[in-house]
Design a protein. Structure first.
Ligand code: ADP
Length: 275
């Protein structure tokens, strides 16, 4: 039965606003919400979020990808969408399409100039996050993948509170102890806020020399797996430190543009299978 009023719809009566045409911004029309979190920046959270969303879209799922990293929106570049702008179709923000199955929204699509620095204070950021989540015309989605700001402060808290307790967290870390300590905090953060954790992804795990194929553990090894065991949450897998990931991200390409048996692509595919 079609609901005429959605509990999470910021405007209220979403049926009259075209929910059946998939033109609604109501979170009730999203089946699964995945929030990609990390204890600190630079560990590959956006890379994991983008590639997870692309893998789901390639598998025929209807996917939304939301970049809430207000100070460092990197999703437009990783997806080759830099310079695109979101249109306003009052009262909704229209996301940018990527391929057949994916809709993307980022603060990067709203700023007049890519070089502009966002220097808003807390309450303004909170309302911007709310707008990006609740007023983007996602339509009916199988998955909304959210690239969350790092840490355990106001911004990730706003994201989880707005999405609600059915949003599930995927936590990205690098293997070394300083990153793992932060991730431990991210796990307790999710537990306190009441959101389930799907598991931990260990990124930049071992560097395979392209010449001799020797593996060097630049950031140590196995920290993510040990942490997952210690905290009683699933370990989803490890992605190597791989120059082709950096290069493809800079060039607006994803891991699925690499050859089918590329180790980094296979690592991401294994993670998706576990999801
Ligand atoms: P975060 O979202 O955590 O700040 P990003 O996903 O933006 O991190 O990644 C930071 C940088 O590291 C980017 O240039 C990205 O291409 C690169 N990167 C991410 N994961 C890997 C990896 N496994 N191997 C090599 N480079 C990576």
């Amino acid at each position: 039965m079609t609901k005429t009023k959605c509990s999470t719809c910021s405007v209220g009566d979403c049926k009259s606003r075209g929910q059946d045409e998939g033109d609604t911004a109501c979170l009730d029309h999203i089946k699964n919400k995945l929030v990609i979190l990390s204890g600190k920046g630079g560990v590959g959270k956006s890379t994991v979020a983008v590639n997870m969303a692309v893998a789901l879209a390639n598998a025929g799922k209807k996917v939304g990808l939301l970049d809430v990293d207000i100070h460092g929106p990197s999703v437009p570049r990783i997806l080759g969408l830099k310079g695109k702008k979101s249109k306003l179709k009052a009262p909704w923000l229209i996301p940018v399409k990527w391929g057949e199955n994916m809709k993307v929204m980022s603060i990067g699509f709203l700023l007049p100039d890519d070089n502009e620095a966002v220097i808003w204070r807390g309450p303004v950021k909170g309302s911007l996050i709310k707008q990006l989540i609740e007023e983007t015309a996602w339509g009916n989605l199988d998955y909304l993948v959210v690239d969350c700001p790092p840490g355990t402060g106001d911004e990730p808290l706003s994201v989880l509170q707005i999405l609600g307790p059915d949003a599930k967290a995927v936590i990205v870390t690098t293997p070394q102890a300083v990153a793992i300590d932060d991730v431990r905090r991210s796990i307790t953060f999710c537990k306190k806020v009441g959101n389930p954790i799907v598991g931990v992804v260990e990124n930049m795990s071992g560097f395979v020399c392209p010449k001799c194929k020797d593996v060097t553990q630049i950031f140590g090894a196995g920290g993510g797996k040990r942490l997952a065991e210690e905290m009683g949450i699933p370990f989803l897998g490890a992605i190597p430190l791989d120059p082709s990931i950096t290069l493809s991200g800079d060039a607006g390409k994803t891991l699925f543009d690499l050859e089918a048996d590329h180790p980094s692509r296979s690592a991401m595919e294994e993670i998706i299978e576990k999801l």
